[in-house]
Ligand binder design. Structure first.
Ligand code: SF4
Length: 342
């Protein structure tokens, strides 16, 4: 539950905007207007840590005005912007560099307009299939209880012959999405890690077991499902920890498979830990006591495509990780598709 709300007055022209506004008003949460969801002032904090925490407890009700969707290569063709940011506080959040020091949450109430743009894009690319990613700017699940936008989007794609939707989450409030007509057009992905890593770095997110329980419900509901294991770390006992993760995953999945489940509808994505100098500086600003392994001397420097470099594990270390994960998938889920290992 956010501690404070801002709203764009125009958002109240939309039924969803009115509904969310009334809900928070009835909960006695401080609620104030803002001129733009992109420039919210009034999020306090004397230190970077305070400002960050305050932002994570702030929700903005806005209207997404841009008629363009950004591209989202290589995993999808376009981003589908349902929300921005999320209440989790993962130290290595993939959004932290783009969202800046105050990553406040934003929900967009003009969902019908957003889906109309989606439809136009799908039609313009016909007869090709167009894939949209719903988690490029947020984890869309935590705000679902206020907006219902994910449900509406999955139902929309269920009716689109040439549209596909995918998103990834660390959250578990999946119940409202289990009985809707997804028509196999939405791929539901969960981000997983060993419980030790979740405890250390993924503050304010559900535990591994909670995520597996949610994934089991999603599989039972017949959705195509995928798992991202990221970031992968080499830490003491990493092989045993990640082995246990796969044992648990096998148990939860196989106990809940629907009759018509096809094993090749399961996908895996693997991302080893990496960091840029900028990310390191942001992380140490917000989490001054972080235990994240970010010693440049222990890593290999690799130039990135946008001119800045990143620190990755050494080639031998990555080879060992890759061999371990590919063999583990082969053992537990031989028919699954590995989308990438980086
Ligand atoms: Fe970032 Fe995802 Fe963690 Fe939210 S759950 S803070 S979006 S990494």
């Amino acid at each position: 539950m956010p501690k404070q709300i801002f709203y764009e007055p125009e958002a109240l022209n939309y039924p969803l905007g009115k509904e969310i506004f009334r809900y928070f008003k009835s909960m006695n949460i401080p609620i104030n207007p803002t001129t733009s969801h992109n420039r919210v002032t009034g999020i306090k904090g004397d230190t970077p840590q305070e400002a960050y925490r305050e932002a994570k407890n702030t929700l903005v009700i806005g209207v997404r005005r841009s008629k363009d969707f950004q591209s989202c290569k290589p995993s999808a063709h376009y981003q589908l912007p349902l929300a921005t940011s999320c209440p989790g506080m993962c130290e290595y959040c993939y959004l932290s560099t783009t969202l800046g020091p105050k990553p406040y949450l934003r929900v967009y109430v003009n969902i019908d307009e957003i889906l109309n743009i989606t439809k136009e894009i799908i039609q313009s690319r016909s007869p090709e299939i167009t894939i949209f990613e719903g988690a490029a700017t947020s984890d869309p699940l935590p705000v679902e209880k206020y907006t219902g936008s994910l449900k509406k989007t999955i139902e929309f794609f269920g009716k689109e012959e040439l549209g596909r939707f995918r998103f990834v989450t660390k959250f578990t409030n999946v119940d409202s999405l289990l009985t809707i007509q997804h028509n196999n057009h939405t791929r539901f992905r969960f981000s997983l890690n060993s419980q030790e890593i979740i405890n250390k770095f993924e503050h304010g997110t559900p535990s591994l077991i909670e995520r597996l329980e949610a994934a089991a419900k999603v599989v039972k509901a017949g959705y195509p499902i995928g798992f991202i294991v990221a970031p992968i770390f080499r830490f003491e006992n990493w092989k045993n920890e990640y082995r246990s993760l796969f044992l648990l995953l096998e148990k939860y999945l196989y106990e809940n498979l629907p009759e018509n489940w096809s094993p090749d509808s399961l996908t895996f994505e693997f991302i080893t830990h990496r960091f840029t100098s900028r990310a390191k500086s942001n992380i140490t600003n917000i989490f001054p006591n972080t235990k994240l392994p970010m010693n440049e001397e222990e890593r290999k420097f690799k130039f990135g495509q946008f001119g800045y470099g990143k620190y990755i594990y050494t080639s031998n270390e990555i080879d060992e990780l890759k061999e371990f994960f590919l063999q583990t998938v082969e053992k537990h889920f031989p028919e699954a598709k590995i989308e990438y290992f980086i």
